[in-house]
Design a protein around this ligand. Structure first.
Ligand SMILES: CC(C)(COP(=O)(O)OP(=O)(O)OC[C@H]1O[C@@H](n2cnc3c(N)ncnc32)[C@H](O)[C@@H]1O)[C@@H](O)C(=O)NCCC(=O)NCCS
Ligand SMILES: Nc1ncnc2c1ncn2[C@@H]1O[C@H](COP(=O)(O)OP(=O)(O)OP(=O)(O)O)[C@@H](O)[C@H]1O
Length: 207
């Protein structure tokens, strides 16, 4: 199956762009959503996280205390690495299981840390970056979550830079402060059409 790795910094608009591709017939696997499933009440990561970080990181209901974990890991890189060492292999396994079942004209993996992980280049046909200026990222995340600009800056400093992402991109969707949702849909549509064509050509070549 033709595979796309879709990435971008926090608040760049990855989920919005992935929603368009899904509406147009692609399969979408969102690793952020998988991380949330693993850390909700009864999620497979809860007990390993309780053992590694203590009961204070788990809510009375049995979900991950996201605010406490956010405060811990984006202030302390060693804590972030411990969290990632537990949860990333789990995310990887679920991602593989879902990819094996995927249908549609092509498959999109939404991966916030695609560039950082360095493990995706050989797993996808195209790397697509949703590109956004950092000030707009901060404004969008603030509007969505109410996090302070300082908290958002800490998260962004744990991520690749705009330049590092663009350096590995095969395709770029610009989604900066002047990009309307209509313009975003238009640029996404151009990529969708190109990927469908490439996927069909690949299929024809293997028939
Ligand atoms: C630290 C946690 C609990 C904070 O939860 P919160 O609800 O505030 O954020 P959420 O999970 O919705 O993530 C929002 C965005 O933060 C950024 N982010 C999340 N984890 C990381 C990370 N380890 N490094 C850098 N940025 C990250 C991404 O841009 C992501 O889209 C959560 O982000 C988490 O469990 N992170 C570890 C899993 C992970 O690495 N996820 C991202 C890639 S799959
Ligand atoms: N071009 C745009 N015009 C207006 N709002 C936008 C635009 N692009 C994205 N947004 C809004 O900005 C917010 C962030 O977008 P989105 O959730 O798609 O980003 P993301 O890259 O998936 O972020 P995260 O990494 O935090 O999950 C959302 O509320 C979304 O609706």
């Amino acid at each position: 199956m033709y595979k796309i790795g879709l990435t971008g910094g926090i608040g760049s608009g990855k989920s919005r762009v992935a929603d368009f591709f899904q509406e147009w017939g692609a399969s979408v696997i969102d690793t952020d959503a998988i991380a949330h499933e693993l850390t909700t009440v009864g999620g497979a990561a809860i007990e390993p996280l309780r053992a590694a970080f203590g009961a204070g990181m788990i809510t009375p209901e049995g979900a991950l205390n996201r605010q406490a974990m956010r405060d811990a890991v984006f202030r302390d890189p060693s804590a972030r690495l411990r969290l990632e060492a537990i949860i990333h292999p789990m995310i990887g396994r679920v991602t593989q299981e879902r990819a094996a079942l995927a249908t549609g004209c092509y498959l999109v993996f939404v991966v916030p840390l695609l560039v950082e992980s360095g493990r995706w280049r050989d797993k996808v046909d195209r790397i697509c970056v949703v590109d956004c200026d950092p000030a707009t990222q901060v404004a969008r995340v603030q509007a969505r979550s109410g996090l302070t600009p300082e908290a958002i800056a800490r998260i962004m400093s744990a991520q690749a830079s705009r330049e590092e992402r663009l350096a590995v991109a095969d395709d770029v969707v610009l989604n900066d402060k002047d990009t309307s949702l209509q313009a975003l849909a238009q640029s996404a549509r151009i990529l969708h059409d190109a990927w469908c064509t490439a996927a069909r050509q690949r299929q024809a070549g293997t028939d």
